[in-house]
Design a protein around this ligand. Structure first.
Ligand code: NAD
Length: 426
C-alpha cells in the first residue's frame, strides 16, 4: 500500500497549476505500460526549498519576501528551469512549472531534470538597488541547491539577463571562483550565448510552422493572436511577422490591441522596448481584454501565464492552432473542449522548449569555453525542435491521442526508464 500523497500535493486540493499538472500525469498513465510502476515519482517533487528573503529597502526598512526553488525530478540530469518574479507566485505554481520542465527537457532530449524557482514579489514596485539586493540574497539562500552540475536557473517571467548576471556573480563570490555555468540566459559578456534571448519565441514559431504545414495552413497571410508580449510573445510575433503572417491581436498587462490587417510588429516591439505601455500604441484599435478570446485567428499563441484558456473561454475561441508559448496556459477541461471543436493544441512542453534548448547550448559552451556562431546555434535549435515535433506528431496519430498526451508519453517513457535503470537507493 502506497503512502497517500501529502495533502498539499493532492489535485483535489489544488485548483492551481499543480492540480493541472497532476491531471496531465493521470492522463498519460494508461499509456505507460510497465513503467506505470514508477509513475508516482512524477507526482511529487524531489525536494522543495522555501526561503525567507529579507531586503533592506531604500527607505531603511526591512521587507521580507517568500522565495522558492523546487527540484521536481533529476533522474535524467541536473535540475534546470527558470526563476520567476511575480506577485502571484505560489508553491503550487513553482512545483507545476518544475514538473513541466522535467517533461519538457525529456520531450526534446536535453540531458536535464526539471526545476523552477520564484519569488512572490511585484518587481515593478522595487528600485534597481532593491531588485539587485533581493536577487543576491535569494541566490545566496539557494546556494545549497544550485550549481553548474546540480541545478542551473534561467530567466522566466520578469527576470532577464541582468538578474542572471547578479545570480552568477553572487554564486561565484560565495564559491570563491567564477562559475559562469551556474545560470543560463546571461549577457554575452559573461558567457551568455548568441541566440538565447530569442530562442523560446523562435522555437515557438518553428514548431508552429511544422504544425501549420501538417494542417495545410499557409503562413503567408495567416492571422496570429498573441497574449503576452515579453521575451516569448514578442519574439514569436516578430518571427510570424517576418514569415508574412498578420499579427491581428496582442495583449499584455496594459491592455489589448486589435488590427485585422495586422499590427506593425517592428514598431510595436520598439515601442514596448522603450518602456511604453503596449495598449497605448496608436496603430490598432484598443479592445476590452476579454474580447481578445473572440478574435478570429489561425494561430492563438498564449505567451503570458498559466490557466488562461479554461472551461469558460475555450468554447468561444475561434482559431485553428493553439500554440503554447507560455507554460500551462490551457487547463485539461479546456483541452477537451478545444479537441472536440477540432482545434489543435501544440503543447508547452514542446512549443516553448527552444529556450531550454539554447540554455543547454549556453551551458555546454561555458563548460568548453568555446563559443558558437549565431547561425550554428539557430540551425541546431531549428533541427532539435523539428526533430522533437515529428515523433510526437506520429505518436499522436498512431495512438489516437492529443499532441500533449503524445509529448507526455514520449517524455515520461524517457524519464521513467532512467528512473528504472538507476534503481532505488538503498
Ligand atoms: P516576460 O516577463 O518577458 O513577458 C510576460 C508577458 O506577459 C508581458 O508582456 C506581460 O505584460 C504579459 N502578461 C503578464 N500577465 C498578463 C496577464 N494577466 N494578461 C495578459 N498579459 C500578461 O515573460 P516571458 O519570459 O516571455 O514568459 C512568458 C511565458 O513563457 C511564461 O509562461 C514562461 O514560463 C514561459 N516561458 C518562458 C521562457 C523564456 O525563455 N523566457 C521559456 C519557456 C517558457
Amino acid at each position: 500500500m502506497l503512502d497517500p500523497l501529502p495533502s498539499y500535493l493532492r489535485p483535489s486540493n489544488d485548483a492551481g497549476p499543480w492540480g493541472v499538472y497532476m491531471q496531465q500525469i493521470d492522463r498519460v498513465t494508461p499509456y505507460l505500460g510497465e513503467l506505470t510502476y514508477w509513475v508516482d515519482t512524477l507526482k511529487r517533487p524531489k525536494r522543495v526549498l522555501i526561503v525567507d528573503v529579507p531586503v533592506k529597502m531604500d527607505d531603511g526598512t526591512v521587507a521580507h519576501f517568500e522565495g522558492y526553488r523546487v527540484h521536481h525530478n533529476t533522474s535524467r540530469g541536473p535540475g534546470k528551469g527558470g526563476i520567476r518574479f511575480h506577485q502571484d507566485v505560489t508553491l503550487s505554481e513553482v512545483m507545476a512549472l518544475a514538473g513541466w520542465m522535467t517533461v519538457k527537457n525529456a520531450a526534446v532530449g536535453v540531458p536535464y531534470g526539471g526545476a523552477k524557482g520564484g519569488i512572490r514579489v511585484d518587481p515593478r514596485t522595487l528600485s534597481h538597488g532593491e531588485l539587485e539586493r533581493l536577487t543576491r540574497r535569494y541566490t545566496s539562500e539557494l546556494n545549497v541547491l544550485i550549481g553548474p552540475d546540480k541545478d542551473i536557473p534561467a530567466p522566466d517571467v520578469n527576470t532577464n539577463e541582468q538578474i542572471m548576471a547578479w545570480m552568477m556573480d553572487t554564486y561565484s563570490i560565495n564559491q570563491g571562483r567564477t562559475a559562469t555555468g551556474v545560470v543560463t540566459g546571461k549577457p554575452l559578456s559573461l558567457g551568455g550565448s548568441l541566440g538565447r534571448r530569442d530562442a523560446t519565441g523562435r522555437g515557438v514559431f518553428v514548431v508552429g510552422a511544422a504544425a501549420a504545414k501538417d494542417a495545410g495552413i499557409a503562413l503567408d497571410g495567416a492571422r496570429v493572436a498573441i497574449q503576452g508580449f515579453g521575451n516569448v510573445g514578442g519574439t514569436a510575433a516578430r518571427c510570424f511577422h517576418e514569415a508574412g503572417a498578420r499579427v491581428v491581436a496582442v495583449q499584455d498587462v496594459s491592455g489589448t490591441l486589435f488590427h485585422p490587417g495586422g499590427l506593425n510588429v517592428p514598431a510595436l516591439l520598439a515601442w514596448v522596448a522603450a518602456g511604453r505601455p503596449l495598449a497605448e500604441f496608436r496603430d490598432g484599435e484598443r479592445i476590452p481584454d476579454d474580447s481578445f478570446w473572440d478574435v478570429q485567428s489561425d494561430f492563438l499563441v498564449p505567451s503570458a501565464l498559466e490557466q488562461q484558456i479554461t472551461l469558460h473561454n475555450a468554447p468561444r475561441i475561434r482559431t485553428r492552432i493553439v500554440l503554447e508559448g507560455a507554460n500551462g496556459p490551457t487547463t485539461p477541461e479546456a483541452d477537451d473542449i478545444l479537441a472536440a471543436r477540432g482545434i489543435q493544441v501544440v503543447p508547452d512542453v514542446l512549443a516553448n522548449a527552444g529556450g531550454v534548448t539554447v540554455s543547454y547550448f549556453e551551458w555546454v559552451q561555458d563548460f568548453s569555453s568555446f563559443f558558437w556562431s549565431e547561425e550554428e546555434i539557430n540551425a541546431r535549435l531549428d533541427r532539435i525542435m523539428e526533430e522533437a515535433y515529428v515523433p510526437i506528431r506520429d505518436t499522436a496519430r498512431s495512438r489516437q491521442v492529443s499532441l500533449r498526451t503524445a509529448a507526455f508519453i514520449l517524455a515520461c517513457e524517457r524519464i521513467l526508464k532512467a528512473r528504472e535503470m538507476r534503481g532505488l537507493y538503498p
